[in-house]
Write a protein that binds this ligand. Structure first.
Ligand SMILES: [Cu+2]
Length: 483
């Protein structure tokens, strides 16, 4: 092999790693294909429009009286609905979070449908014409959940059962090559640059004479680039999603000044952090609501180590999905929160390892931010580059509404702390299931060079027809220099 300059060698390694990433991600794509088949096996008995038109010549010229509409993150399919006057829409939520379907500027809407739920929406009152349909969950229409509804004159054709009594996710006119191309293009665009980065370490703005560390959080609404070119209304702290990382030492006195610039009241709960009851952030139970324009000061001593979070409690169901959360750590991993050492499940962890980096990974799945890692959707998620042999730690924080099984290809994860509490019996997992509110801390060794995909294994949290998105990133292990 010809000699190369240091930079060329480094570039070659990175390119090789990304090539490996593509191979690894292809495996994920194949797994996604299996899911489509599984989803098709147990569905509603109403044929999707495309299947109906393929099954019968008659239906190609007349709009059906009943039409299956499928909702997903973040699509309405078919996106161009044709229905006979007086007809019904059978609306099924194939996604993993709640959606509904409303005809814009009318009162016609389904109830909010949880994952897997179905509702029939009668459009008997609609005159022939063209309407817009959309999901009313904030941000979902902007993310793609809009469609066109055309009400056509005539009696309408009866709904047609498909041959197997069920239905596929796609009709006969699906452009499969276009789906392949979309997946290819999204994967190859990783990592993509976007504006804004969360989890920036927050330095105290002041340290008082008695040693109290003073931090300032501003709760506000701002534009947030979730994925390239997709700006959403972020609700967050200090212009970041996740909010800035706060790290203090055990024994520190902490003061956090919270300014509320939201249009509604708020509070801040220190999740997994030991505080006096009147600092727990549950308005109006433990404190008055921080009204818009007001400031509230939290003060407590950091008495115990914590792998914690901060977020609003008041209307948290609205604010957290829109991006209001941050990481709050007391103490250090390796001392206050001990690392495992010894033999676990036949694998040895030396007692003198050095941790090259700690990766905070905040999971979210709803609201304006949607399926995301640290406030970004793939390909805008951050790849994590380490050297072969390195040990690193990932802290998962679930601030969402659903469980996320976080699967790291190839490199086993030794779960050593749950919610910041060190485990007496750490265990190896390749898929770490993280429920809402939970934190898991895992130790990983970069044993194998390559780009190893790290993704939620609920496959629809990582892929959709328009390609890879959401809860996917990669750990890129640079090979050690040849001796
Ligand atoms: Cu997930």
């Amino acid at each position: 092999m010809p000699p190369t300059s240091h930079d060329e060698a480094a570039e070659g390694r990175t390119m090789g790693a990304i090539g490996t990433a593509v191979v690894a991600i292809v495996a994920l794509v194949l797994a996604g294909g299996a899911l489509v088949v599984a989803a098709g096996a147990g569905g509603s008995s109403v044929a999707p429009a495309a299947t109906a038109s393929a099954d019968s010549d008659a239906t190609t010229t007349a709009a059906p009286a009943e039409l299956l509409v499928e909702l997903d993150e973040f699509s309405i399919s078919p996106g161009d609905l044709q229905l006979a006057v007086g007809g019904d829409l059978v609306v099924v939520n194939r996604g993993n979070i709640a959606h509904d379907l409303k005809v814009r500027d009318t009162d016609l809407a389904t109830p909010m449908l949880n994952s897997g739920e179905e509702a029939t929406l009668s459009l008997a009152g609609l005159e022939p014409g063209t309407y817009e349909v959309y999901c009313t969950v904030a941000g979902h229409d902007a993310s793609g959940m809009v469609g066109t509804l055309t009400i056509v004159e005539g009696d309408g054709e009866p709904a047609i059962e498909s041959a197997d009594g069920g239905h596929g996710d796609h009709g006969a006119d699906t452009d499969w090559a276009a789906l392949d191309q979309a997946m290819h293009d999204t994967i190859m665009s990783f990592p993509a640059a976007t504006e804004g980065l969360g989890n920036q370490p927050l330095e105290p703005e002041e340290i008082l004479a008695d040693g109290t560390k003073v931090f300032r959080l501003v709760a506000e609404i701002f534009e947030w680039e979730l994925e390239p070119g997709n700006f959403v209304e972020g609700w967050g702290y200090n212009g970041q999603i996740p909010g800035p990382m706060i790290q203090v030492d055990v024994g520190d006195n902490v003061r956090v000044i919270v300014e509320n610039e939201l249009p509604m009241g708020t509070d801040v709960h220190w999740h997994g952090v030991r505080v006096p009851n009147d600092q727990d952030g549950v308005a109006p139970l433990t404190q008055p609501l921080i009204e818009p324009g007001e400031t509230f000061v939290y003060e407590f001593e950091a008495t115990e180590p914590a792998i914690g979070m901060y977020h609003p409690h008041h209307h948290g169901q609205k604010k957290l999905p829109n991006g209001m959360f941050g990481v709050f750590t007391i103490g250090q991993v390796g001392t206050d929160i001990p690392l495992p050492a010894g033999t676990f499940g036949g694998k040895e962890v030396p007692d003198d390892i050095e941790i090259v980096r700690e990766i905070p990974m905040v999971l979210n799945d709803a609201g304006n931010i949607g399926l995301s890692l640290n406030g970004k959707s793939f390909p805008a998620t951050e790849p994590y580059v380490v050297d072969e042999g390195d040990w690193f730690v990932i802290h998962y924080y679930n601030e969402g509404l659903q469980v996320h099984p976080m699967h790291l290809h190839q490199l086993p994860q030794l779960v050593f702390a749950k919610d910041g509490f060190p485990l007496d019996a750490p265990q190896w997992e390749d898929t770490v299931n993280v429920a809402p509110g939970e934190r898991y801390s895992v130790l990983v060794q970069a044993t194998d060079p390559g780009a190893w995909v790290l993704h939620c294994h609920i496959l629809t949290h990582a892929e959709r027809d328009t390609g890879m998105f959401g809860m996917v990133t990669a750990v890129i292990v640079e090979p050690a220099e040849d001796a």
